[in-house]
Design a protein around this ligand. Structure first.
Ligand SMILES: [Zn+2]
Length: 373
């Protein structure tokens, strides 16, 4: 079977990597725009590290710190307007998925005049400002993907804008920025990363390369399970030492490299409605749904499930389900009417074409019902 593998992002990983490799910024110009959310990049040290590195390289910068969770296109247009006015050469994205995804859209919009509809439908020229990414959570993997996931009010869901030109040029992954993340954010983002690795294995676009990365990512997650469970039980981040933060960061970046090749599956498609309409965290939504999709896959292609459970050190899907229940707690309430509506949305997404085991609408309804009974 043929496959392709393309991942042009230079990954620099490790403690204080921005200071150590600050010279890398100078290849992208003399004027940078830092794109971030309002607070966390200022408290976790990432913004300071970036500004110090830019100053060291005599690069001017402005800060656009207006990205909220679940970025809208309006925010991206605002950022692009400023980038054009100031004549920005490149963007440094700092944050979780939201600032990184917004930064990628800003990078595209700074190079062209297109409507919101054109942006969300992929009708644009593949030109963009270079983006350098500094992840401050371990989950999205956006630092190594060509996707910008944006809130799309036109279809009441999330839309992934994709272009090879928005692969970050560099990903500076420093786990120290993740030290103070809460128990809830740590668990939800870790499960998002796990979901990326698992869905990569379940994708029609998987290959020996993506599977290798996915299984390593899953194994890294499994080595953190005990700490994640203890943190949840004690409601304390004390157990997340630097070794754990380091493994979770690697797990996330590897899983991002997986979905850059494979895309995601019905799990993400179903999860998007839970996030859009019910404000359920993205990683949590995936985690709640995963076991039920594994059951369906197991009926048709059980060897795929083995590929996932084996690196987790688990023997059964039931054990996987119990693990998710322990880490995530009780699921939210979702009504039958909501389930019908979310299922219809899910089966009409491009993600369905990615599924090696493609569920029918009825099976999607059933997955929701069993999960949120
Ligand atoms: Zn995700």
């Amino acid at each position: 079977m043929s496959y392709k593998y393309y991942m042009p992002t230079k990954i620099v990983f490790g403690q204080d990597c921005i200071q150590e490799y600050s010279g890398l910024f100078s290849a992208y110009g003399k004027k940078a725009m830092i794109v971030s959310g309002k607070h966390s990049s200022k408290t976790n040290g990432s913004q300071e590290d970036v500004t110090r590195a830019l100053e060291k390289q005599n690069i001017e910068y402005i800060i656009f710190d207006k990205v909220m969770s679940h970025p809208t296109t309006n925010c991206c247009y605002d950022g692009a307007k400023i980038a054009k006015e100031v004549g920005i050469d490149f963007i440094v994205a700092i944050g979780g998925g939201s600032p990184m995804d917004a930064a990628k859209a800003i990078a595209l919009l700074a190079k062209q005049e297109i409507s919101q509809k054109q942006l969300l439908q992929g009708e644009f020229e593949h030109r963009a400002l270079p983006v350098i990414a500094v992840p401050t959570t371990a989950g999205t993997g956006s630092e190594v993907t060509q996707y910008a996931i944006l809130t799309n009010d036109l279809i009441e869901s999330k839309t992934g804008v994709a272009s090879e030109v928005i692969f970050p040029k560099i990903a500076f992954v420093d786990p120290k920025y993740m030290r103070d993340l809460s128990v809830e954010i740590t668990i939800n983002t870790a499960i998002d990363a796990l979901s990326h690795a698992i869905e990569g294995i379940l994708s029609v676009r998987s290959s020996v390369l993506s599977d290798t990365l996915a299984q390593e990512s899953i194994e890294l997650f499994s080595r953190c399970i005990q700490s994640l469970g203890e943190a949840k039980a004690r409601n304390s981040i004390g157990v997340f030492n630097d070794t754990i933060r380091d493994m979770l960061a690697k797990c996330s970046t590897l899983a991002g490299m997986v979905i850059a090749q494979t895309g995601t599956t019905v799990v993400h498609a179903m999860g998007y409605s839970l996030t859009y309409f019910k404000a359920i965290d993205h990683g949590r939504a995936n985690g709640l749904l995963l076991a039920q999709y594994l059951e369906l896959v197991n009926e048709k292609e059980p060897e795929l499930v083995d590929k996932i459970l084996h690196p987790m050190g688990l023997k059964t899907i039931q054990a996987f389900r119990e693990l998710m229940n322990t880490l995530l707690g009780e699921p939210e309430t979702v009504t039958i009417e909501e389930i019908e509506r979310f299922s219809e949305k899910a089966v009409n997404t491009g993600n369905m074409n990615n599924c090696r085991v493609r569920p029918t609408q009825e099976e999607v309804v059933n997955m929701f019902k069993v999960t949120f009974k």
